[in-house]
Structure formats: C-alpha cells, structure tokens
Write a protein that binds this ligand. Structure first.
Ligand SMILES: [Cu+2]
Length: 458
C-alpha cells in the first residue's frame, strides 16, 4: 500500500513536470479582463529594436489613454507613473518624455487624457526579457501595455553606468559605494544583531528549550528571585546596545564627513496636460456586443458618423493592448483581424451602422471574454481608430456588457473541431451555425440560447 502510494506520488510529480508547458512572460493574461480593457488603453506602441548589446538603448514610443470607462470601483485615477515592466532591474531608464515634457517622476492624471510617451531604456543585464510599457496608477496598480521580447547581448567591455556628481566627479553607479558603505555597514549592523540572537540561543537556550523557558518567569528586576533573565544578561545586553549606538553615531559622523554636499530629496509632481486632440472627424456609439462561445466570434454593432470632409474608415480596433487590424481599410499586421461590414468608406456627413466581427480564439486565449461566473459582470471596452483619407485619426472609446450566446449546433456539448472549415453538414448561414435536416436535434437549429444578458450602461 505504501509502495503504491509512493509510486502514485512519483508518477504525479513526473507527469506534472513533463506535461506542463514552460512558463514565460509575466502572466499578463491573468490580470482581470475588466482591468485590462476599461482602465488604460495603449496604442501605436513601438519598440525601436528587439536586440541590443549591454549599454545600448531601446526607445519605446506610444500612446496611453486613461479611459473614460475607468471603473468606479477602482481608486483614482489621480497620480500615475509611467515605466516599463521587465523581470527585475535588467534595464535602466535613461529618459522619459510624456507629451513633450520631461517626466522623471509621478505626475497627476485625469480621466480621458491622452499621453504620448517616449521612454529610452538601456540594456543592463544580458538575457531575453518580455518588456511592456506600464502605466501605474496610485491605488489601482500597474496596467500594462503591449509587450515585446528584447534580447540583451553580453558586451565584452562590460557594463558601466557613469554619472557626474554635483562636485564634478564621475562615478559608476553600478558599483559606487557598493563595498563600503553599502555592504560593509550592512554587515556590521548584521553582526550586532547576530551576536544578540546567538546570545539568546547558545548560552541561554530560549528557543531550543522553548517548552521549559516558556514556563519560567522573567525576573526582570534582576534581584535574588529565580527567573529567566539574570543580572549578567542585563549587562550583556547593555554592551550590545552600546555597540549599536556607537555604530549609529559613527555612521552619522562618517556620512557627514564623506558626503558633505547634499541635495534635498526630489519630489516635484505636476500635471501633464492631455495631448492636443486632433480635429473631430468621427463620432460613434456602440449599441450591441455579442460573443458566441460556440464559434468564438465577437460581433459589435457601431453607429459611426463622419464629421470630417473626406471619407473615413475604421482602421483598427484596440482591445486591452491587442490590435485588430481591418485589412479592408489598409491596416497591416496587428495581433488579429477584424472585418467591418459594410467595408466601404463612410462619406463625409454620413452615418453608417457598422457590424464589426472578430473571429478566432485569441480573445478567449487572452482571457478577455467575460466567460465563467467570476467575470460575468464585465463590461468590454474597445478603442476604435477611425481614420480619414486626410490622414486624421480619431480614437473613440466604446463600452458595453457583452451578451454571451452559444449557437446550438448538432452537438451542443462540443465546439466544432475545425472552425475554419465548418463542413457541409453545418454550413454557416447568416453567421450562425445551423444543422442539417438529418440532425436529431434539428428542432433547435439556429436558435440562440442566452447565457447572460445585461442592460446597457448609462
Ligand atoms: Cu510580458
């Protein structure tokens, strides 16, 4: 029995190790979809390169917008800090410009504001890292933008971070003061603590004989009474206290003599105004969002009006750092594709109802679809990029609670195994899966089952 148990344990361990995929990136998909969609949107994020040597720089440019759909349940947005997320201090931030202003520290933000940023980071430690721009909001946490893998190659000349001090001296921040005082002083203070700890463990076995010592009275007065702490202990502790005090006083004197020139701590927070808005060429409202779990299809109905004087089209749809490109409007690349019907441009002054469709498993894979009980109350926010032939872009935010449906197919319990080729028995008709007449469940053909439904937000 015991042997069998051991075998099962071992088997479980082996299966766990060899059947699981390698962990990578940051688990960014684990951040709740409502956080990723409704708080801060990123677009036009560009990394100048994906491979550098130690000491070389990467410039990250892009736009972050604090969305109007910022959830009421979250604190803020009030104070924010723009940075990059990478595994550890593998890069150095050399320069950060937001809306053409130098932004070395946190700044005040407002809902609806748009921030064009440029961050220059320098490779510090060789390796391959997943790097994201991140928008940290006080009280709400770090919200990350689209990431990219960056390889930092080893530089045979090593890595230095020289900086000129106020007194004109140039130092390398990689090792400046590292041996002394940083490590040396830390070891000294550690030793004082260690002596104290060992005193109460070795000659006085307070921890190793806890059952006994916990029964003894303390005898704090140091008199004739029997107790745990004697007069000798008091004396020993006084010496340790003296050592600690001397260390501190010595440290202050050393610091005052070694670093006579100081600058006050720098905290200077200011508001960075939103980037100037381009001319309004588009307005839009979203009336319906539906997600079909059977076909993995997201459909949104948007009514768009062209307020400009040249034809316009929806170029891209951004959902939580993912870009869905409308190839019919000439948009390239992206994380996925979106089809917009009708695909023709909207003439100046015209209002057109558009049906947008995203197919495929990407949204579910990225955990952006509110499926499952935990996320069933989620609004989905999209940022649509409308562009006219005059080259003006308007980014419009739309939000809606999606209606989740499941088109019933011949085998409702399972998804079609090949979505790209539905097969002759289950043709797509008007975007629905329908069954052939011979199906045993033909009575339910083409009906939509409502799993959840929410009223529109105000
Ligand atoms: Cu990542």
């Amino acid at each position: 029995m015991r042997r069998r148990f051991a075998f099962v344990l071992l088997l479980g361990l082996v299966l766990t190790i060899f059947s699981s995929g390698a962990a990578w990136a940051h688990g960014e998909n684990a951040q709740e979809s409502w956080l990723r969609m409704n708080t801060v949107a990123f677009w036009n994020v560009n990394f100048s390169t994906d491979t550098i040597k130690q000491g070389e720089t990467v410039t990250i440019t892009g736009t972050a917008k604090v969305l109007e759909t910022w959830p009421k349940t979250l604190k803020g947005p009030d104070t924010a800090y723009l940075s990059v997320v990478a595994p550890g201090p593998v890069f150095l931030m050399k320069d950060r410009v937001i809306n053409d202003q130098a932004a070395p520290a946190s700044f005040y933000v407002q809902k609806g504001s748009v921030y064009n940023f440029k961050m220059t980071i320098q490779g510090r430690i060789p390796g391959r890292y997943h790097v994201h721009p991140s928008f940290a909001v006080k009280g709400a946490g770090s919200l990350i933008g689209p990431g990219q893998w960056i390889t930092v190659q080893k530089n045979s000349a090593g890595f230095a971070n020289p900086i000129t001090l106020y007194n004109g001296k140039t130092v390398n921040l990689e090792n400046f003061g590292l041996a002394w005082p940083v490590n040396g002083f830390s070891i000294l203070t550690f030793l004082v603590g260690l002596v104290w700890l060992l005193y109460w463990i070795v000659p006085k076995p307070t921890v190793s004989r806890l059952a006994v010592t916990s029964q003894l009275s303390v005898n704090d007065d140091g008199g004739d009474a029997v107790g745990l702490i004697t007069r000798k202990d008091h004396r020993a502790m006084n010496w340790i206290m003296l050592a600690a005090a001397l260390l501190l006083i010595g440290g202050w004197i050393y610091e005052a003599r070694a670093f006579p020139v100081k600058i006050p701590q720098q905290v200077d927070r200011f508001t960075i105004p939103s980037a100037p808005a381009p001319a309004t060429i588009a307005t839009a409202s979203m009336s319906k969002v539906t997600y079909d779990t059977a076909t993995q299809t997201l459909t949104a109905t948007v009514s768009a009006t062209n307020k400009g004087d040249t034809p316009m089209q929806m170029k891209d749809l951004h959902i939580a750092g993912l870009r869905f490109a409308n190839t019919a409007a000439g948009s390239q690349g992206g994380d996925g594709q979106i089809t917009v019907q009708p695909s023709t441009a909207i003439a100046p002054g015209q209002t057109q109802e558009l049906t947008m469709t995203i197919r495929g498993g990407l949204l579910e894979q990225q955990r952006l679809i509110p499926v499952g009980a935990g996320q069933s109350n989620t609004y989905m926010s999209f940022v649509a990029d409308f562009q006219n032939t005059g080259g003006v872009d308007n980014f419009l935010t739309g939000t809606r609670a999606p209606r989740t449906v499941r088109t019933v197919s011949a085998t409702p319990s399972s998804r079609p195994s090949t979505r790209s080729t539905p097969g002759s028995t289950r043709p797509i008709r008007n975007g629905r899966w329908t069954t052939s007449a011979s199906s045993a469940r033909s009575t339910r053909t083409g009906t939509w089952r409502r799993c959840s439904s929410r009223a529109a937000p105000t």
